[in-house]
Design a protein around this ligand. Structure first.
Ligand SMILES: [Zn+2]
Length: 334
């Protein structure tokens, strides 16, 4: 294997504890097979933050995120952002719009309390699918997105949204400007999650709702599968994995107060879990054929059957245990 640069945290990013964490698992990139090595998953004994130690160095991002990386194109039907959106993808979007509407209500966000258009920022906006949903719910809103995928930025702009190309941490944005700062499944990928939340704080207006979605280690699937196969690891691209408590602890250190937090099913993680288990037992060809780790996101009948089935399974687990493999958490500025 070629040289692969690594980085090692000396303290917990969530609570700041410098005590040595416990090793809880060994994980690898079974989805894209970008790097042929295993990583240790560790857990902070103080707050429960789970992270890779060591993790890939920032200089290796180009290697662990191939050009076709799925989430640059989430809501699209292929890595080509100009391909038509499929029927199944539209069904998923309908469901996502209902979920977003509920989240805004549960966050206590009151669109009526603004005398000017509401300003929304989606951090990691992909091809602008989530901004489209915001537009459907709040037609007069000003819509902005930040995205590192170049093609996705172009697509977002074509839809009429304002899109900034680059990392959220580096992009220049007006301070105190945005009334909703939304970010779905990004914070677990970043090198400095407290810095990411601090930037959310900086760009938010007084009275803003900051909504963060991320995998949830406080679920039974994590407890069962943390040794290797839990799909939420998405190794080595998920550097830091949270639960609502340690996320709130970290946010409070940068001046954000929790409003509410809720678990929800993430059926794609189950697809990755099954892929990892089948790959260990029967090899990558069978695993890729049964549980395609990348194309599952592009819609089609197989996506509907697999993701629909896993969604039902996780909804049952959520009913029984009150927890699921992802959560969203809303904050306000202190
Ligand atoms: Zn900690």
């Amino acid at each position: 294997m070629n040289h692969f640069a690594l980085f090692e945290d000396v303290a917990c990013k969530a609570c700041g504890s410098a005590a040595a964490p416990s090793v809880i698992g060994r994980v690898c990139d079974h989805e894209y097979r970008s790097v042929d090595m295993e990583f240790s998953a560790v857990r902070c004994d103080q707050c429960g933050l789970v992270y890779l130690k060591p993790r890939p160095d920032a200089g290796e991002l180009g290697r662990i995120y191939p050009k076709e990386y799925y989430s640059y194109h989430l809501g699209a039907s292929s890595p080509d952002p100009d391909a038509p959106v499929s029927y199944v993808q539209r069904l998923f979007q309908q469901r996502n719009r209902k979920a977003l509407s509920a989240k805004l209500a549960q966050s206590g966000f009151k669109p009526g309390s603004f005398s000017r258009p509401i300003r929304i920022l989606d951090v990691g906006c992909g091809v602008g699918a989530q901004l489209d949903l915001f537009k459907a719910l709040l037609p007069n809103a000003e819509l902005h997105g930040v995205e590192i995928g170049e093609l996705a930025v172009r697509k977002t702009r074509e839809k009429g949204h304002t899109a900034y190309h680059g990392r959220f941490e580096d992009v220049e944005l007006p301070a105190g400007y945005f009334d909703i700062v939304y970010s779905s499944h990004v914070i677990e990928h970043v090198e400095n999650p407290p810095g990411f939340l601090a930037k959310c704080h900086t760009v938010s207006s007084p009275g803003a709702a900051i909504i963060i979605e991320t995998p949830n280690t406080d679920c039974v699937e994590f407890e069962w599968l943390k040794g290797r196969h839990w799909g939420g690891y998405h190794a080595p691209r998920h550097f830091y994995l949270f639960n609502p408590e340690n996320m709130a602890t970290m946010a409070s250190r940068v001046g954000l107060s929790r409003i509410t937090a809720r678990s929800y099913p993430s059926p794609a993680f189950w697809n990755w879990t099954c892929h990892s288990i089948v790959m260990s037992a029967l090899g990558s060809r069978i695993a890729d054929a049964l549980f395609p780790p990348v194309t599952i996101f592009y819609g089609g009948i197989r996506s509907l059957v697999l993701l629909g089935g896993f969604s039902t399974l996780e909804s049952i687990i959520l009913k029984l245990t009150g927890r699921a493999s992802a959560f969203w958490i809303a904050f306000s500025k202190r």
